[in-house]
Design a protein around this ligand. Structure first.
Ligand code: SAH
Length: 251
């Protein structure tokens, strides 16, 4: 029997946001591999073995998954959101590149999922309705100077921006520095949305102006959406405002 490896996105939280393709693959695989809370989202089933591991060992996890597939098993590596966005797909391909030739013979599929920024933009309205960029604010895998440079240039180009991994217990000060930079470069009325735990029972959405924003508004379960200079808010009686970026930019 030849093995197979699927790298699947579980979306932002609610299982109804899994694609039909992901549901189908998880109904047939023999092994599921991933970070503890993501593996916990997959329902238990006879014939499915769960391999949950700590988040910091991505390359080990990828190699383990490839080894099991090379032994003939059907392995699914799960990520939250989309597996290609700051997640496991690239880690698996690094392991394929560095690993034995047998890894290159495997059937490997990447199954996309709804990434956090899309779910957050949808909950708030349509913040990513015009050009945008996504930046991971964690400096675990790149120097802080590069994050600042990308942030500065994205603001100069007037993109709406989605910031992943804004803040963690290990990096409490990074988001404060990023916010200082945004406040220095943008007008104080610029809108910023803190979208926490979108599509889970803990979902909380807060839209404020940059002048009102504080670092404590973000944590590791938050994706932060900074509007462009054209992003605006439609206020409604008794209902959440609609935050959106118009589709066109005047000449
Ligand atoms: N592959 C994931 C991103 C992993 S990086 C994806 O495509 O969504 C982890 C970061 O994603 C978190 O720090 C947070 O910024 C964001 N994130 C993931 N799930 C989220 C959710 N349900 N609500 C808000 N942000 C989320």
């Amino acid at each position: 029997m030849s093995g197979r490896l699927d790298i699947a996105g579980l979306g932002p939280g609610d299982p109804r946001l899994w694609t039909a393709e992901v549901t189908e693959v998880l109904a047939h695989a023999t092994e599921v591999v991933g970070y503890i809370p993501y593996v916990a989202r997959v329902p238990d089933r006879a014939g499915l073995t769960k391999h949950a591991s700590d988040n910091r060992v991505e390359l080990d996890r990828a190699t383990h998954a490839l080894q099991m597939a090379a032994e003939g098993r059907w392995v699914v590596v799960v990520s939250s959101g989309d597996p290609g966005v700051f997640a496991m797909a690239a880690a698996v391909f690094e392991a394929v590149e560095a690993g034995p030739a047998a890894f290159r013979d495997l059937e490997i599929n990447v199954l996309p999922g709804i990434t956090a920024m899309l779910a957050a933009s949808a909950s708030a309205g349509a913040i990513l309705g015009h050009d945008f960029c996504a930046i991971n604010l964690s400096d675990n895998l790149k120097p802080w100077a590069l994050i600042e440079k990308r942030l500065r240039l994205a603001i100069e180009a007037d993109f709406a921006c989605a910031f992943y991994n804004p803040r963690s217990k290990a990096r409490p000060e990074g988001f404060g520095r990023a916010l200082d930079l945004m406040q220095a470069l943008c007008e104080p009325t610029r809108l910023i949305t803190f979208a926490r735990a979108v599509s889970t029972p803990d979902e909380a959405l807060t839209t404020v102006t940059l002048g009102e924003a504080t670092p404590e508004m973000a944590d590791m379960r938050t994706v932060v959406l900074l509007g462009s200079s054209l992003t605006r808010r439609v206020v409604r009686n008794g209902k959440a405002p609609l935050v959106y970026t118009p589709r066109s930019v005047p000449e």
